[in-house]
Write a protein that binds this ligand. Structure first.
Ligand code: NAX
Length: 328
């Protein structure tokens, strides 16, 4: 039985995600138990949600529990999906968002450190997800830093779709799509590694700059059109992320994931949660994959690395002495 914690469980992404988990989207026929965490003022909403989940009578869903305390919600969990975060309000600076959300992830990191199963895998979705994952990781010194990830899959899917649209081909014609760096506007979609019908995408797109802008601004375009941020597509990307982490990756393939940069072969700062091409040997044994990095991407990679370094600097005060004294 897999015990799965989902934070921000009363929010939009979770509403789409939880019913997929109930249907076995993450672990197939294996039974799961859901630990739903949200703020105290949303407990009634969580109770209603738990009742809806129960009423589906999903064969694999053994139990649903609702919590407002991360130390209770994370007890013994095998997988933690950290979706809950404060949204960026009108006029709010990114720096303020980093501080406010940083406090949430520092606390959740400490809770995971104390009570989660020692093999827990932690996927952060709540923004700014790379730096939030870094904070949680730093507050969990008894877990391995490699157990913390940030979701980049939605960006990867968006790149795949835009490439297919420009080429006028089905989505499956695009493979190996890849996003480097931060889940932000500095992210680096890689048109050299991405392939359309097996050949490099860069040789087949007429307007690469336009395409990159479409990928980077897709989230904003969805908000402008629908009035709310992507939820169902984010939930779908999270399902794919978890499967990518737990299932062995097919030979010759990779997936985009924010992962601890230590030991990376690309010359990126050694202590960031950075989007890399990754491969899994199954059950959370994820490694950074080696792909040929085109020199034309170097400058963009530097810019996204620098943004993550600045974010790290801004939240340094939120993490404990261990991280501050770290010489990496
Ligand atoms: P919602 O505002 O619908 O839900 C967020 C939920 O988190 C709320 O129920 C809120 O009460 C809860 N919450 C806030 N603080 C909490 C805490 N300390 N503990 C537990 N729960 C807490 O947002 P939703 O649309 O679900 O998006 C959630 C997060 O995902 C946002 O930060 C959003 O920016 C981020 N996204 C990240 C993506 C990615 O690719 N990494 C894509 C989608 C999305 O934009």
């Amino acid at each position: 039985m897999r015990r799965i914690a989902v934070t921000g469980a009363a929010g939009h992404i979770a509403y789409s995600l939880l019913f997929q988990i109930g249907q076995g989207a993450l672990f197939g026929d294996e039974p799961v138990q859901l630990e739903l965490l949200d703020l105290p003022q949303h407990q009634k909403k969580l109770e209603g949600l738990a009742m809806e989940l129960e009423d589906c009578a999903f064969g694999q869903l053994e139990r649903v529990r609702c919590w407002s305390d991360p130390y209770l919600a994370f007890e013994g969990v095998d997988l933690a999906l950290l979706i809950g975060a404060k949204p960026r309000g009108p006029g709010m600076e990114r720096k303020e968002l980093l501080q406010d959300n940083g406090k949430i992830f520092a606390m959740q990191g400490r809770a995971l450190n104390e009570v989660a199963a020692r093999h827990v895998q932690v996927v952060v979705v709540g923004n700014p997800c790379n730096t939030n994952a870094w904070i949680a990781q730093k507050e969990a010194p008894s877990l391995s830093p490699t157990q913390f990830y940030a979701m980049m899959q939605l960006d990867q899917n968006r790149l795949q779709v835009q490439l297919a649209l420009q080429a006028g081909l089905p989505y499956e014609a695009v493979t190996h799509s890849l996003i480097w760096g931060n889940h932000s506007s500095t992210q680096v979609p890689d048109l050299y590694s991405s392939r359309i019908q097996g050949r490099p995408a860069i040789d087949q797109v007429a307007h690469p700059e336009q395409l990159l802008a479409a990928v980077q601004q897709r989230g904003a375009a969805i908000i402008a059109a629908s009035g709310h941020s992507s939820a169902a597509s984010a939930a779908h990307a999270l399902v794919q992320t978890v499967r990518n982490i737990y299932q062995p990756t097919r030979a010759g393939h990779w997936f985009s994931l924010g992962i601890w940069s230590y030991g990376n072969p690309y010359g990126i700062d050694q202590d960031l949660i950075f989007g890399f091409p990754c491969r899994s040997r199954g059950e959370g044994r994820v490694e950074i994959a080696e792909v040929e990095l085109h020199p034309a991407l170097r400058e963009r990679l530097k810019a996204t690395e620098q943004e993550l370094q600045e974010e790290r600097q801004q939240v340094m005060g939120l993490v404990g002495e261990v991280a501050r004294g770290c010489s990496l």
